[in-house]
Design a protein around this ligand. Structure first.
Ligand code: BGC
Ligand code: ZN
Length: 378
C-alpha cells in the first residue's frame, strides 16, 4: 500500500513509498482504514528537518498524526468499537515513567517521547494502520464532517483543562476574560472551548479583517482583533487584563510579550511547538516583579490522551448545537489522494489562507450494507 514519508533530518524529503499492509496480530488490536489525514505546522517542521525522528531501524518516517478512519476489523478482545465505526487515534504512546504507566503519556517525565507520525513511530498518512484498542477513539457519525479536527481539538481541550486544574490553587478563581493568541486551528478551537465555558474571548492574530479567521472567531461569539490594528497592550487597556491567555501563534517572541498583560492571579498556557532558534529581549525585571506580586501562572501543554480526545469530541458536539456550521469552516484545503503529497506540502508551506490542509485518502464504506448484500447473495 501507499504511504507518505520523510527521511529526517534531510530537508524537503517528503515522498511516496510502498509499504506492506498491516494485519491484526494480537487480540486487543484494531485495523483501521484511513479516510482522511490532516497536516499541520508540525508536519511542516518535520519536512524541513527541524523536528521528528524515524523509528529505530528505519531511515524513513511515515507522516500524519491527525487521523480520521473507519474500523475495518477488530481483534477478539476488542469491545468498544466494531467494523464500520468512524474513529480517530491518539498520537503519543507510553514510555516507562510512572505517568506513562498510569495512562498519562501526554505528561511523560521522560525526555524521549513516542508519537505516531512525529517521533520514533510511523504515522497514519497511508491506507491502513493497526493500533491497540485503548488508543482508538470513536467519532459519532454526526461529527463525521469535522473528521481530522478531533486531534487538534484534543490538544486544545487538554491545554484548557490544565489551566482550570492548575488554577484550583486559587480556591475561588472565576475567570471572565480570555485572550487567545493566534487564529490557526489551535487558536480557533481554543476560542470555541472558552466560549462554550462562558468567557468573553478576544482572539488575536495579525491578519486584518475581513478574513475567514475573523468570521470563524466571531461565529463563536468571540471578538477578533488584528494586532496590526490594535496592539496587545492597547487591547488590555481597553478590555482590562485577561485572566487566561492561550498562546498558539507559533512565535515564541509573542509568548514572552504576552506575559506583560496577564491579569493578577491569571494563567497563561503555551501550546506552540517552536522548532529552530530564536532570541528576544524581554523586560525581565518588570515581568518577574509583576508575576511574583500577582501570583501569576505560566504552564506548557502538549498532546492529548484518549480522555482529552473524548473531551474534545464532546466540545465539538456541543459546538454543533451552539454555533452550527462554524467549525467546519476551519477545514479549508482538501487534497485528493496520497499521491498528491506534493500539493499537500505546498499548501502547508505557502498558502496563507489555509487554516487546515487535509488529504482525502478514501471514502467510507457502509459496512452494514455490504454485510447485508453478502448475506443476501449466499
Ligand atoms: C501534535 C501533538 C504532539 C505535538 C508535539 C503536535 O502537532 O498535534 O499531538 O504532541 O505536536 O510533538
Ligand atoms: Zn499536530
Amino acid at each position: 500500500m501507499k504511504a507518505v514519508a520523510v527521511t529526517p533530518p534531510k530537508p524537503n524529503s517528503v515522498h511516496l513509498r510502498e509499504i506492506p499492509e498491516p494485519r491484526i496480530t494480537r487480540d486487543h488490536e484494531v485495523l483501521v482504514r484511513v479516510l482522511k489525514i490532516g497536516v499541520d505546522a508540525t508536519d511542516r517542521e518535520i519536512n524541513e528537518g527541524l523536528y521528528g525522528n524515524p523509528p529505530p531501524g528505519d531511515d524513513y518516517l511515515i507522516l500524519g498524526h491527525e487521523c480520521f478512519g473507519q474500523v475495518e476489523a477488530v481483534g477478539p478482545a476488542v469491545t468498544h468499537v466494531q467494523p464500520g465505526d468512524l474513529v480517530t487515534c491518539t498520537v503519543r504512546r507510553p514510555g516507562n515513567s510512572l505517568y506513562d504507566l498510569i495512562g498519562r503519556n501526554d505528561i511523560t517525565s521522560e525526555t524521549t517521547y513516542y508519537e505516531r507520525g512525529i517521533n520514533l513511530l510511523h504515522g497514519f498518512l497511508t491506507e491502513y494502520f493497526v493500533d491497540e484498542a485503548q488508543y482508538i477513539v470513536k467519532i459519532p457519525p454526526g461529527l463525521a464532517h469535522l473528521h481530522v479536527l478531533a486531534e487538534p481539538m484534543s490538544c486544545a481541550a487538554k491545554a484548557i483543562e490544565q489551566v482550570f486544574e492548575a488554577q484550583r490553587r486559587l480556591q475561588i478563581w472565576d475567570p471572565k476574560v480570555a485572550y487567545v493568541l493566534g487564529a490557526g486551528q489551535i487558536g480557533l478551537l481554543s476560542t470555541l472551548i472558552l466560549r462554550l465555558l462562558g468567557l468573553e474571548v478576544y482572539t488575536l492574530a495579525r491578519t486584518e479583517p475581513p478574513c475567514l479567521k475573523a468570521e470563524i472567531a466571531e461565529g463563536y461569539g468571540a471578538h477578533y482583533v488584528s494586532t496590526r490594528q490594535t496592539s496587545l497592550e492597547e487591547l488590555a487597556r481597553q478590555t482590562g487584563r485577561p485572566d487566561i491567555i492561550v498562546e498558539a501563534t507559533g512565535a515564541s517572541a509573542m509568548a514572552f510579550k504576552a506575559m506583560e498583560v496577564l491579569n493578577l492571579n491569571g494563567a497563561m498556557v503555551w501550546t506552540s511547538v517552536t522548532g529552530g532558534e530564536r532570541y528576544v529581549e524581554v523586560p525581565s525585571n518588570r515581568i518577574n516583579l509583576e508575576w511574583v506580586l500577582g501570583n501569576k501562572l505560566l504552564l506548557g501543554s502538549v498532546n492529548g490522551n484518549a480522555r482529552h480526545f473524548e473531551q474534545g469530541i464532546r466540545y465539538l458536539s456541543q459546538a454543533e448545537l451552539t454555533y452550527p456550521g462554524v467549525t467546519e469552516r476551519i477545514l479549508t484545503h482538501p487534497v485528493d489522494g496520497l499521491e498528491n503529497y506534493g500539493e499537500m506540502m505546498r499548501l502547508l508551506v505557502e498558502e496563507p489562507t489555509a487554516l487546515k490542509v487535509y488529504v482525502n485518502v478514501a471514502e467510507p464504506r457502509d459496512i452494514r450494507t455490504e454485510t447485508a448484500s453478502t448475506t443476501a447473495a449466499t
